[in-house]
Design a protein around this ligand. Structure first.
Ligand code: APR
Ligand code: ZN
Ligand code: ZN
Length: 357
């Protein structure tokens, strides 16, 4: 089988035809990939800024078709179109039952590993490994969607859209008329912006160093845009008494931008950390500022969503013309161009690169 492989963190990814995929075991299904988005977390894993088991087939934002069921698996049936979830909900733990299935840790990566390369075991990135022709996943990671949804649109729902829109509607529950700041306008940040539009935010300031990203941000609903150096002035101009935004979303994944988001949040407002930062990048807050300003600092994993219902909900919003998913995909590539797509991500030209099969 053909796929992208990362052998060593910090080294370029390679394309190999020598991957082998084992058959699905009990509780597993085999999925043929049809489209897979290139998310910044893939790049962070390849660079060693997020943990990963190596060698690894990266890619965690994918959609495809079920082609085989493991022994005793009742569904989804062969032929079902699915979005892959990189946090499969077990459905029975206290977090799943309590309405926070995005925090479920009960479904562990497939064991033994589903992949091998030249006889050596290899791991599917985030349990799904979408940058390959096929994958074997836990059946609970394969979320059925209607047959008529294009795979391209479905793929981006699998991470960027749920993470970004979910941050607004699930994590922060932005109220109509609010002021919203979004720092970082990549594939995820653009979805925070369109989530804020959907939630009827009155002011949406988008911040990114790249002018092209700011043009895209406006098209997706930002009412104002700024490069990072203009943020302090924009806070003064755009927010009540210059006191900061009701909600500030950090969508870069770095301590410096978390501090910027926090500083630009009003007293009693909410800072949401959407970006996936590294374990050794420390952010500091004084005891006094946490107490006296009553600002809330909240994390956001996978848009605080429930993939079993939110994928469908987001697709219905797309069908209704309330979310632009087609416009997110700015570049269609083959597996051999994933390495280039990582580079393009740092250059600011591309919102989302999509591997099509
Ligand atoms: N201030 C504002 N924006 C910045 C800054 C900064 N200091 N540094 C980088 N950016 C912008 C980039 O220009 C880019 O537009 O942040 C954006 C990041 O977008 P992508 O690289 O497309 O990443 P994306 O896939 O959107 O993921 C963003 O969310 O899921 C996590 O791991 C992911 O941490 C990453 C974040
Ligand atoms: Zn992602
Ligand atoms: Zn669970």
């Amino acid at each position: 089988m053909r796929g992208v492989i990362l052998r060593e963190a910090g080294k370029p990814v390679e394309v190999s035809d020598e991957l082998t995929l084992r058959r699905p075991g009990p509780g597993e299904v085999r999925v043929r990939l049809r489209a897979a988005g290139v998310c910044h977390s893939d790049l962070s894993m390849c660079e060693g800024r997020l943990p990963a088991r190596l060698p690894m087939v990266p890619g965690h934002e994918g959609a495809g078709e079920v082609v085989e069921l493991g022994p005793g698996v009742s569904g989804p049936p062969v032929g079902t179109h699915v979005i892959l979830s990189w946090i499969p909900p077990c459905g029975t733990c206290h977090l799943c039952l309590g309405g926070q299935p995005n925090l479920c840790t009960s479904v562990t990566p497939p064991s033994p590993p589903t992949l091998s390369i030249a006889g050596e075991p290899a791991h599917a990135g985030l349990g799904v490994g979408c940058f390959a022709e096929e994958t074997v996943v836990d059946a609970r990671a394969a979320i059925p969607i209607p047959d008529d949804v294009p795979f391209d649109v479905a793929a981006v729902v699998g991470c960027a859209v749920l993470t970004g829109v979910g941050a607004v509607i699930n994590t922060a529950r932005v109220r109509p008329g609010s002021s919203v700041l979004v720092i970082g306008c990549g594939g995820v940040g653009i979805n925070v912006i369109q989530g804020a539009r959907l939630a009827a935010a009155a002011t949406v300031l988008a911040v990114d160093p790249f002018p092209d990203k700011l043009v895209a941000a406006r098209a997706f609903g930002a009412t104002h845009v700024s490069t990072p150096d203009g943020l302090a002035d924009a806070v003064k101009e755009l927010t009540a008494e210059g006191g900061g935004f009701d909600y500030a979303f950090e969508v870069v994944g770095r301590s410096a931008t978390i501090r910027q988001a926090w500083r630009a949040t009003r007293r009693g407002g909410t800072t949401v950390v959407v970006g996936a930062g590294s374990a050794d990048d420390l952010v500091s807050f004084s005891a006094a500022e946490l107490f006296f300003t009553e600002r809330r600092l909240v994390g956001c994993l996978y848009g605080s969503g429930d993939v079993r219902t939110d994928f469908g909900r987001l697709l219905r919003l797309w069908r209704a013309g309330r979310l632009d998913l087609d416009g997110l995909i700015t570049r269609r590539i083959g597996l051999e161009e994933v390495g280039e797509a990582f580079t393009a991500m740092g250059s600011g030209e591309v919102i989302r690169s999509l591997v099509t099969f």
